[in-house]
Unconditional design. Sequence first.
Length: 150
Amino acid sequence: MIVFFRTISRISHEIIEKHQTLDDLVIVGIKRRGAEIAELLQRRVEELSGINLPSMELDITFYRDDLTLVDQEDKMPVYSGSSQYLNIQDKTVILVDDVLFTGRTIRAAMDALTDFGRAAKIELVIFVDRGHRELPIRADYVGKKCANKP
């Protein structure tokens, strides 16, 4: 558990160091586990910088290309909604997820983000990078690299 929180702290420091100002930063966590990590990052960045960062949870259900989470009765996707509407127009979005593998979840998240405006830039935080991408997506901040066989 100590390693987990140490990694959260390290990534938070990296985010602060990379940006001249945090005024245009927005933290967006991909539901479910990415949102939990995003909340921890947001709190740590706020503790270190003293700046209150806007954030939201992003539900990418309808943007996925596999729709694995479906209601068993009617075989329809279950949409739990985003936590709030947050305008990301001309903001730098720090997009957070737990694991990066094929890249398909991140592609879906970037598609979903367009519903909230046109971001100036999207930076990706990944807690575990498993490698073996199917899409040309890379993380800007990585907790741990762990290349397993696909």
